[in-house]
Ligand binder design. Structure first.
Ligand SMILES: Nc1ncnc2c1ncn2[C@@H]1O[C@H](COP(=O)(O)OP(=O)(O)O)[C@@H](O)[C@H]1O
Ligand SMILES: [Mg+2]
Length: 261
């Protein structure tokens, strides 16, 4: 079904009980994500980013309000809302090829078609010559590329990424961020991307949604637009507007999260 707003979150309320009582994470929270759009959820630790992603993925169904994916209520998990975590649960007993083929085999695709798809996606994430490697033989950046390939091969309508590059060093991180930009020219899933890294948010986002620790329903949005042509992420990070946005974001957080350390 064609649907301009692929994800609609309407009047979402979410709370947890813990030892000190109730914590309210979301109160009448509303957010839409368009098809093909990359929305970054930016916010300090504990503001509820992962919880929001888990509800969207269908892992956590204990909330009130509405979560609609392609116009239908989210009920449980689905390959169409694929998740990539910071440390991915790749299967250590399978090689790269079989890790990526796994989801297609569950879908009972024939091996010939699987091979075409897996080799194609391996090419896209620059791992074509590593198909017979096992996870312990790969660097952190390579593992995250396998994790990305494993979900891309399923051609999901939406990718949910929870600090996917958070454990990588800054050099590897820039490389994989660049890879994300390249991949988005070929695959067009909507992406909800969580990070607490302001630079990463500015480099990757079509729209940044800034969540606060204090406010439960409101948020501020930034749609980054840069001055120069910005052929690559390096250009973007050197763009005049980049630091202006960064200042705006930092000021917003220092004004809205005064009790945070
Ligand atoms: N299952 C749970 N039970 C109780 N409290 C939880 C649970 N999951 C998360 N929380 C609390 O909810 C808050 C938000 O958590 P989380 O969504 O992980 O934040 P973030 O990803 O933004 O760091 C935290 O204070 C956390 O302790
Ligand atoms: Mg989190």
């Amino acid at each position: 079904m064609e649907y301009e707003k692929i994800l609609e979150i309407k009047n979402l309320n979410k709370e947890f009980e813990n030892k000190n009582g109730k914590i309210i994470l979301f109160e009448d929270f509303n957010l839409n994500v368009k098809k093909d759009e990359l929305v970054v959820l930016l916010g300090p630790s504990g503001c509820g980013k992962s919880t929001l992603l888990e509800m969207t993925a269908g892992f956590d169904n204990d909330y009130s309000g509405e979560l609609l994916f392609e116009g239908e209520k989210v009920k449980g998990t689905s390959g169409d809302r694929a998740v990539v975590f910071q440390k991915d649960a790749l299967f250590p007993w399978l090689n790269v090829y079989d890790n990526i083929a796994y989801g297609l085999r569950i879908r009972r695709m024939n091996e010939g078609n699987i091979k075409v798809k897996v080799m194609d996606v391996l090419e896209k994430v620059n791992l074509a010559s590593y198909s017979d490697y096992f996870m312990e033989e790969l660097s952190g950046g390579m593992k995250q590329r396998v994790a990305l390939a494993r979900v891309l091969v399923l051609e999901p309508g939406m990718l949910l990424m929870d600090e996917p590059f958070g454990a990588l060093d800054s050099f590897t991180r820039l490389k994989i961020q660049e890879l994300m930009v390249e991949i988005r020219k070929i695959y067009y899933p909507a992406i909800v991307f969580i990070t607490h890294d302001i630079d990463e948010a500015l480099l990757l986002a079509d729209r940044i949604v800034m969540l606060n620790a204090g406010e439960k329903g409101k948020y501020m949005e930034i749609i980054p637009e840069f001055e120069g042509k910005c052929e690559n992420l390096m250009d973007k990070s050197m763009d005049e507007k980049f630091n202006d946005y960064k200042r705006e974001i930092l000021e917003h957080y220092s004004n809205n999260n005064k009790n945070m350390i």
